[in-house]
Design a protein around this ligand. Sequence first.
Ligand SMILES: O=P(O)(O)OC[C@H]1O[C@H](OP(=O)(O)OP(=O)(O)O)[C@H](O)[C@@H]1O
Ligand SMILES: Nc1ncnc2[nH]cnc12
Length: 173
Amino acid sequence: MPQYRDLTRARSLIAPVPDFPEEGVVFQDVMPLLTDPVALRSCVKEMLAPFMGRFDVVAGLEARGFLLAGAAAMVADVGMVPIRKAGKLPRPAAEASYDLEYGQATVEVQADVAPGSRVLVLDDVLATGGTLSAAHEVLRSIGCEVAGSAVLLEIPSLGGRTRVPDVHAVFAG
Ligand SMILES: O=P(O)(O)OC[C@H]1O[C@H](OP(=O)(O)OP(=O)(O)O)[C@H](O)[C@@H]1O
Ligand SMILES: Nc1ncnc2[nH]cnc12
């Protein structure tokens, strides 16, 4: 499979969608990037690179974070913990609520990973940072250590980095 470190084409595959899911929001749609095998592989490796050897498991945020975390788990040869929207997990052990650009949400996690595990948290987009900081909260509640966070795209104007200062973003803007 071809590999390239030039991520310019991968960036061009994130599609801005005006007025979704509500008027005034420009939704950053990563689905076209996920359909491209070279872009997907390059971006997942780029998300993992600063953290290699420093985590035991990856966590993915519902819904698009699941897709990246599944791919990342295979690349890094680790397991994957899903962090889900409230009411979807049969054995929730911790929950946290937060605001985001277009509403409010609660996430939950199961205590299926050993306490003390170092978890790398992955998602597609950093906007206000509410989702990632809630993910950190539930992981710590079940005794995990947050090894770091990585996203495909940071939207700097929404200020998420103030809540999650050390997030690694493949793309910004
Ligand atoms: O930084 P924040 O302001 O928290 O926003 C980022 C989150 O928003 C989007 O998910 P969304 O809540 O739309 O959920 P979905 O993936 O289930 O559609 C995105 O996939 C991130 O998870
Ligand atoms: N503009 C945006 N695009 C994609 N996901 C988001 N989550 C919050 N704001 C978003």
